[in-house]
Design a protein around this ligand. Sequence first.
Ligand code: BF8
Length: 641
Amino acid sequence: ADPIESTIDLATQEMITRSHKLGVETVFDRALNMKQCNIGLQGICCKNCAMGPCRLPLPKGGIEGEDTRKGLCGATANTIAARNFIRMIAGGAAAHSDHGRSVAEVFMAAARKESDAYTIKDTEKLLAVAPHLGVAVTVEVDGETLDRDIDEIALEVGEKALNEWGKADGELLYLKRAPQPLYEKWEKYGVKPRNIDREIVEIMHRTHMGVDQDYKNLIKQGTRACLADGWGGSMLATDLQDILFGTPYPLQSEANLGVMKKDHVNIIIHGHEPVLSEVIVAVAQSQEMIDYAKSKGANGIQLGGICCTANEMLQRHGVPTAGNYLQQELAIITGACDAMVVDIQCIFQNLANVAKCFHTKLITTHPIARMEQENVIHIEFNEHYALEDATRIVKMAIDNFENRDADVMIPQHKSAQIAGFGVESIKYHLGGTFRGTYYTLNDNIINGRIRGIAGVVGCNNARTKHNEHHITIIKELIKNDVIVLSTGCSAITAAMHGLLTPEAAAVYCGPGLAEICETVGIPPVLHLGSCVDNSRILLAATEVVKAGGLGNDIADLPAAGSAPEWMSEKAISIGHYFVTSGVYTVFGGTLPTFGAPVFQDYLFKEMEKMYGGMWDVTEDPIEHAHKMIAHIDKKRKELGI
Ligand code: BF8
């Protein structure tokens, strides 16, 4: 792979060059050597039974007249693409929601006081969340209203939350947090999720051979499942994590591989569930471990995060971000990674092959995510013995420091970042002093200083030049006075390229947005956390609606969503819950719908008539940003502002 062709990031370029010198293969090489299957890419390969795979390529020159393509059973391109699409939603919703379930289980252990590592930390958030789960925070005694015992509330919140995954009847409790008109749309179209697990299971049933054969009915189930993710599993993950570990508030940190230190024990934590990383952070920062590291010849312990674990540790503790998705192998190639600790999701199996070439201990920690390679160490993390497990992991990293080769090369590139935003802190920064709402933000949208709001989120993809589309799109948006809310690897990318600093406003923003950022002292791109924290964007949008003056539903807002370099099934679930919550959402690269034009049209056009939001896709990042801006302008016009 040509380093300069593969990425716009200097640290990544240096590490790709080093990987070639050392003869270590990375994803950047594999992306060149392995071609994609065009039929799969277009969403029209059905492999749900053994009469297939049935491949239905688009005729060269497109379809003229009736589309007669069909699989052995007669399944049309629309049916096949819709089945594949909602199976991706099932995968994504399952990943987010199962993460949420794990957090809920740890939450229960904390509420029952069974764990020495976890406690209920943020009682203010607990009290704010409880009513949404139908848990009372006060009690009437002899005609007097008294505060309920916090431990009692926590227990009930944990029980009610866990119930959301498998309750026998009713609907998801958090749906009512949405603006009323949106809730009514979900009711009208019959897509209110019943419980989280059921909607995912039903996708697997409906897409089994010979079940649902109507693309509209299939996508309806996709909608149910993705709403169970965004307004269910993900939102519960975010809420319970905040209660357990603290709600993020703005803080300062750094991003990129340059955060690693040659003279420190470097522990890179990669994955998603903060249940693991929280305890490792606590242990690694303890004096005992720092002294132990010093006794082994290091000057201290440097933690760094990759992927969404990076975001979780950053948002709550300011732990610097070592890199995004495509940099995971590169962190090891520095030769300075003494341990890479992984849990779930977005973890390359090739990490084990890379780790073999260095002294790095690669440690898997989750029972559902193990690796077959022999050099991988498995230390199963258990909430009841979390402190012991974390201590063992940190010690192993420290003990490994002396095994380093002399040849260490840490790229000297990193950027300052202000992160740690959330629904609560945006209210603090952009709210009205008296009204305690998003009034100031709305005011500035109405007066035009801020043209609109964009959510730019999601992955990197080795089929796209690393970071290029994220940065081009975000810069184009802020240049046009659109404030950006970001999560996931997109937020990491923005941080690496210096966009998460208040100073970026003067350099990159249009005059209106620059003025706001300067006055309030915020970056033009607000880091809202990990991918489950896209639920924060849903709730921030709801707060904007509540603050008034911009319509009465999310679909009325001058707002748009974007995933410039998406790759995961989680991204499809997120995209679809944004769309069906009323957000016009543009994806970069391709969508697995190209091969089924009628189904694609349904997503791109018909969805808007139902939910106010719709899908779109483009390969050109400037066009991508301007599609979003055009939608924002359309909404401004409809609002008469
Ligand atoms: O959940 S943005 S590459 S790390 S999938 Fe994965 Fe994509 Fe990164 Fe977080 Ni989200």
